[in-house]
Write a protein that binds this ligand. Structure first.
Ligand code: NAD
Length: 431
């Protein structure tokens, strides 16, 4: 099939590359010339494991191309996927300006029969508005249907998530569009949920908000465990072994971040409120998450007293391992607060430094590896569970630091081992 993908961010580029690899003819539209040139040379604009190989292979096979010009991509496409950003506004609402702007351009260019599928995460009712924009702008001869095709890939495992998802959600009122989308997804694994547009839109928010709820619940159990002398990792393991609960997403930590959970939780609260429902659980989920970030700084201060003029080594900045995405990462709050309180922060992250420089205060110092980060540090703080941190030699770290303090916000180290080596060790919710 001929596909046009609008937007080449984490969702657009992965979707475009995977569908090209499955044999489709894909044109991906962006708006920055240097990035389009880079992508046409097979070089991704962000870090995602396996993406460079996949992209290079498909650029070489001429199954995927990148352009600034929507007019090259849309008229011939069987399916146009909208994969632009839907960030949070100040008041928590989803900012839909990118979706509506591209819809106008798409509308003007529609020709023949086209399915316009929205992969961006959008509040219920947005796709109908997209439909209205298309109608206003399309030529009378153009035939099209709209569909909500929300995306569930996770950064870090985006390619296999796209090829082998748990489910594919297709929300549309048009049988013809449903048939086209079912056919496109036929080589892809997972269950199919064929539903109406509003339900498809809400499924995405329900999924992300429920996962965020699990994380905030795990963090609350960790807070309580620390007060009553239980071990949250044991508690959550014990609870998660109940199949109705499930083990995943029950790890306490420095709070959830990234480009999806924070904004999607806020957007669901916001559009529920507009519709007349006060989504109290999610307001609490957000509050607990803010608290989780503050507690990182509290743990550091519990160990050091004042952080003024102390050297703090931060291991990991991205909101999770295997991505360079710094959007809403807990590190932003933690590093900014420590610097504001007079600490010297030396950070190391294997992939996200370029993005971190855009969102962290200028005073942040970046180290080239774990050992240069921890040299002469008064405390080592683990914020992201990158693989390379999990088996790093704590003995070597001990030799390099000024004071042997570890705040392990991902519970990657064995507390007994760390203590045996002479560290003052504190994890999250651990005895
Ligand atoms: P992103 O910010 O990485 O990418 C958005 C892209 O859209 C950018 O490349 C931007 O340049 C492009 N764009 C915006 N306006 C454009 C225009 N007029 N013409 C051409 N390109 C335009 O965002 P993302 O992380 O890929 O997320 C996209 C959507 O998918 C969001 O709604 C997000 O919530 C959702 N989503 C994201 C993930 C994820 O893990 N990142 C997972 C599932 C769903």
């Amino acid at each position: 099939m001929k596909l046009a993908v609008i937007g080449h961010g984490y969702v657009g580029l992965v979707t475009a590359s995977v569908f090209a690899d499955l044999g489709n003819d894909v044109l991906c539209v962006g708006r920055t010339k240097s990035k389009i040139d880079q992508l046409n040379n097979g070089v991704p604009t962000f870090y995602e494991p396996g993406l460079e190989e996949l992209l290079k292979k498909n650029v070489k096979a001429k199954r995927i191309r990148f352009t600034l010009d929507m007019a090259e991509a849309v008229p011939d496409a069987d399916i146009v996927f909208i994969a632009v950003g839907t960030p949070s506004k100040e008041n928590g609402e989803a900012d839909l300006s990118q979706v509506f702007a591209v819809s106008e351009d798409i509308g003007k260019l529609l020709s023949g029969y086209t399915v316009v599928g929205c992969k961006s995460t959008v509040p219920v009712g947005t796709n109908l508005k997209v439909g209205a924009i298309l109608e206003k702008n399309a030529k009378p001869s153009a035939k099209y249907d709209i569909a909500s095709v929300p995306e569930f890939l996770r950064e870090g495992t985006a390619i296999s998530d796209t090829l082998y998802p748990d489910r594919v959600i297709i929300g549309t009122a048009a049988k013809r569009a449903e048939d086209v989308l079912v056919k496109l997804h036929s080589p892809i694994g997972g269950a199919r949920v064929l539903t109406d547009i509003a339900s498809a839109e809400l499924i995405k928010y329900a999924s992300n908000s429920l996962l965020a709820t699990k994380i905030s619940f795990a963090n609350s159990i960790a807070f309580v465990s620390e007060l009553v002398g239980a071990d949250a990792t044991e508690v959550l393991k014990g609870a998660g072994l109940d199949e109705r609960i499930g083990k995943r997403f029950l790890n306490p930590g420095p709070g959830y971040g990234g480009s999806c959970f924070p904004k999607d939780v806020k957007a669901l609260v916001s559009f529920s409120k507009k519709a007349g429902y006060d989504f109290k659980i999610l307001e609490a989920v957000h509050e607990v998450n803010e608290d989780a970030k503050r507690r990182v700084v509290m743990k550091i201060k519990d160990m050091l007293g004042s952080v003024k003029n102390k050297k703090i080594a931060v291991l990991g900045l991205a909101f999770k391992p295997d991505t360079d995405d710094m959007r809403d990462a807990p590190a932003i709050y933690v590093v900014s607060k420590l610097l504001a309180d007079g600490a010297k922060v030396v950070a190391y992250d294997p992939q996200s430094v370029q993005n971190a420089k855009r969102v962290l205060p200028e005073a942040t110092i970046y180290a080239k590896n774990v050992f240069s980060a921890v040299k002469n540090a008064d405390i080592v703080v683990v914020l992201t569970e990158w693989r390379e941190f999990t088996q790093v030699s704590l003995a070597k770290i001990k030799e390099l630091v000024n004071q042997p303090n570890i705040v392990d916000m991902r519970n990657v180290y064995n507390p007994a081992e760390a203590k045996k080596l002479g560290f003052n060790y504190v994890g999250v919710g651990r005895r």
